[in-house]
Write a protein that binds this ligand. Structure first.
Ligand SMILES: Nc1nc2c(ncn2[C@@H]2O[C@H](COP(=O)(O)OP(=O)(O)OP(=O)(O)O)[C@@H](O)[C@H]2O)c(=O)[nH]1
Ligand SMILES: [Mg+2]
Length: 382
């Protein structure tokens, strides 16, 4: 995100997290807030659609302890919710009359003013939708004023917004209001999922139900590239590379060769990636054809001492159906005598200058990470 925002969150500015109706903008906002608090900033959380404690609970669910910052006097809530139901609020700032824009405005201005004296403020506004529902376009004029205040106080205002089916006029006005917009989009792309099923049960008849499962990791949002195919000829070093890159990996091996697949999970640069290594032996090519599906990119591993296998390498890319996807060539076994240098590999493999080829050694993770980095960048630019 820092790179996407060219060097991190802008100071003295405002940012809109604009989410597709199926996406979850709050988690991202909480994560931004938590990051600012950890760096010593002052947090303000404006909430008008649920009790402030709900936000604390949701943060705890992703292992982010906001209560600690609240107790330390670093985080303050503006409660624009409780009074809607005639309830008392025990928060530092509360909006007396949440249905009255002046009352909301007063509370926000007061909090911004007082908290800016304590340090650099990061304010989360949760949610813009509820305010649009309540005040219509009037809220946008008000926000424009707050954004000016943000510049004056060097604060960052972060608005949570879901793009429901608003009239074009409103959604355009919202988009025009903010100098920074982060979009959370849901892609309707089917990704390989694990399923669990029972196939034998003490001889009793079993149902054909398949239950999809997903291991849930706490810690908030992570970039996730669900499938990178690692392919290449027999013995080129695919299994070695998957294991060297992965924090967790399993392989189905027999007598030193892979007989089903390698699977590895990589945590790198804040990304979670899943690597699927294929089998090199041609008799397993039917598996290869199935493994390539839904991959977002590929690492083509070749043994740099065996140019006679290069055409097989390209054939594997075709068979796996990953030609056309972003890919990087790992010209592996560079440590062996007779290994072709990268430019020779390019000639013999007969690929263009645009194809990234990285010289690698299976035991040297620096060289492997260089290849992975290039691939990630290519995938992100897709
Ligand atoms: N010298 C050298 N040996 C390597 C390198 N990478 C892998 N190897 C060795 O090459 C052999 C084959 O490596 P694997 O990782 O099993 O190759 P693979 O591509 O998975 O092979 P299959 O699954 O059978 O197609 C092993 O003995 C590895 O230790 C490297 O960069 N240099
Ligand atoms: Mg293998």
């Amino acid at each position: 995100m820092d790179n996407l925002l060219s060097g991190g969150m802008p100071k003295g500015s405002s940012i809109l997290i604009r989410a597709h109706p199926l996406a979850d903008p709050q988690t991202m906002a909480i994560q931004f807030l938590h990051h600012q608090l950890e760096n010593g900033g002052i947090g303000i959380y404006f909430v008008n659609n649920k009790a402030p404690t709900c936000t604390l609970e949701e943060a705890a669910n992703i292992n982010m302890d906001l209560i600690r910052f609240k107790q330390k006097g670093q985080l303050f809530f503006i409660d624009a919710y409780s009074r809607l139901f005639g309830l008392e609020s025990n928060q530092e700032y509360s909006v007396e009359a949440p249905s009255d824009l002046d009352s909301v405005s007063k509370a926000v201005s007061k909090a911004l003013f007082e908290c800016s004296r304590k340090g650099k403020v990061f304010l989360v506004y949760d949610s813009l939708n509820a305010s649009i529902d309540e005040f219509g376009e009037r809220i946008l004029t008000q926000i424009s004023d707050w954004c000016k205040t943000a510049v004056a106080f060097d604060a960052i205002l972060c608005f949570i917004y879901t793009e429901w089916n608003y009239p074009k006029k409103i959604s355009e006005a919202v988009a025009n209001l903010y100098p920074n917009i982060v979009d959370l989009i849901t892609l309707e792309r089917i990704v390989a999922t694990q399923v669990v099923t029972v196939s034998k049960n003490e001889g009793a008849k079993v149902s054909k139900h398949m239950i999809p499962i997903k291991k849930v990791i706490t810690g908030g949002i992570k970039g996730y590239i669900p499938k990178i195919l690692v392919t290449g000829p027999f013995h080129a070093g695919k299994t070695t590379i998957v294991h060297a890159l992965s924090t967790r990996a399993v392989s189905v091996q027999r007598m030193g060769t892979t007989v089903a697949l390698d699977f590895g999970h990589v945590d790198h640069r804040g990304f979670a990636l899943d690597l699927f290594g294929t089998v090199g032996q041609p008799r397993f090519d039917p598996i290869l054809e199935r493994l390539g599906g839904e991959a977002l990119g590929a690492i083509l591993v070749i043994d740099s001492t065996k140019p006679e296998e290069f055409s097989r390498a390209k054939e594997m890319m075709h068979k796996a159906g990953v030609y056309g996807l972003p890919y990087v060539v790992a010209a592996n076994k560079q440590d062996l005598p007779g290994a072709l240098p990268v430019e020779e590999v390019r000639k013999k493999l007969n690929v263009s200058k645009d194809t990234a080829i990285v010289g690698t050694v299976g035991s040297d993770s620096t060289s492997l990470l260089r290849a992975l980095d290039i691939l990630i960048d290519k995938i992100l630019l897709m």
